[in-house]
Design a protein around this ligand. Structure first.
Ligand SMILES: C[S@@+](CC[C@H](N)C(=O)[O-])C[C@H]1O[C@@H](n2cnc3c(N)ncnc32)[C@H](O)[C@@H]1O
Length: 331
């Protein structure tokens, strides 16, 4: 790897550019148009999966594991609000539901818990949480994060579709959450080449199974990307901010492509490590995943077939700037 930095690109110039970029991405829209700087960093620098020239130097593109990519978020990504704010909003939503329906929420099933957001925060707030994921590496990191947070949460390695069989003797839950646009990955998370009809069937089967884990009157919280994003067939880039270490500037992006013909959403997480000192190694770490482009109309129609009725058409979660939230009640 050639990590030498052209002499005319000073940290001071970078700093001005970074300030501009941070200002721009802090503006209202989550997705920003591609500035020439972002294009250069994300596409010119890493167009093919091999070492490519970027502004006079070579930065390798390194595939990272899903768990490494995911774990970088709570710690590194300035524009993703983890745990405390999300947990507060969820507690408010649970309370609103309890007040209107007269049922307290104590036992929560997290479907697609990842490495612990927001399950660990809910457990710290006193909820009894049971966390399910189909990815063993996520659950391993989840348990390590529980240890660090000083809470104990039961986890289960299981595909959502098999929950009723695996948990058949367990009492039903008061609430289930499927957070982080996770539902659209049913079927495709482990098999990105799954066909749109298979993916859609997996989503329906998953939602039915999750609904069966709820008591009558139980609450399902599920979020999904906003409808304004659907028809955008151009590549969209969300800049999640910049982090500074002694050695690197780390730029964080989601690069999102929607194929509305095949109903596919492809997300590439990219962390660009630019050296602050000329001799340090640089790289772009990347991880991709693919989901079904589930529309809001489809989500509501599927939910209805699964005996889930909408309770608030859509609720606004101040901490949830990325997705639109739906809440359903099990009938
Ligand atoms: C987008 S991540 C969200 C993680 C976490 N809920 C959050 O908000 O940060 C989706 C998670 O769902 C899990 N997942 C995807 N499909 C699944 C399935 N069919 N059954 C169980 N878990 C699944 C993935 O392994 C991953 O951890």
């Amino acid at each position: 790897m050639n990590a030498s930095r052209p002499k005319n690109r000073s940290i001071v110039n970078d700093q001005a550019e970074i300030n501009d970029e941070v200002k721009r991405v802090s503006a209202r829209s989550f997705y920003s148009p591609l500035s020439s700087m972002v294009k250069r960093r994300l596409f010119v620098g890493a167009k093919v999966n091999s070492n490519v020239a970027q502004v006079g130097r070579t930065i390798p593109l390194v595939e990272e594991s899903v768990v490494e990519s995911w774990e970088s978020m709570p710690k590194d990504w300035p524009k993703i609000k983890f745990d405390s704010e999300l947990v507060k909003d969820l507690k408010d939503a649970f309370q609103l539901y309890a007040d209107s329906e007269g049922h307290d929420i104590k036992h929560v099933l997290d479907c697609g818990c990842g490495t612990g957001n927001p399950s660990i925060g809910l457990a710290k707030s006193g909820y009894s949480v049971f966390a399910v994921d189909r990815d063993a590496s996520m659950l391993q990191t989840f348990q390590r994060n529980c240890g660090e947070a000083g809470v104990s949460v039961d986890t289960l390695l299981c595909d959502w579709r098999f929950l009723p069989q695996v948990l058949k003797s367990r009492s039903p839950f008061d609430a289930a959450i499927c957070r982080g646009n996770s539902l659209i990955y049913a079927g495709t998370w482990e098999n990105p080449s799954c066909s749109p009809s298979e993916a859609r069937a997996a989503i329906e089967e998953s939602l039915l199974s999750i609904a069966q884990m709820l008591r009558v009157g139980g609450l399902l919280y599920v979020d999904i990307m906003p409808s304004s994003e659907f028809n955008n067939s151009e590549v969209q880039v969300a800049s999640l901010g910049v982090r500074r270490t002694n050695q690197h500037l780390i730029f964080m992006y989601w690069v999102i492509e929607h194929d509305t013909t095949r109903m596919i959403r492809r997300v590439q997480v990219r962390r660009v490590f630019e050296s602050r000192i000329s001799s340090l190694p640089e790289c772009i770490k990347t991880h991709s995943y693919t989901g079904y482009l589930l529309t809001h109309i489809e989500l509501n129609a599927i939910a209805k077939r699964c005996a889930l009725l909408p309770i608030y058409k859509s609720i606004v979660m101040p901490s949830e700037s990325t997705y639109q939230v739906y809440c359903f009640s099990r009938v």
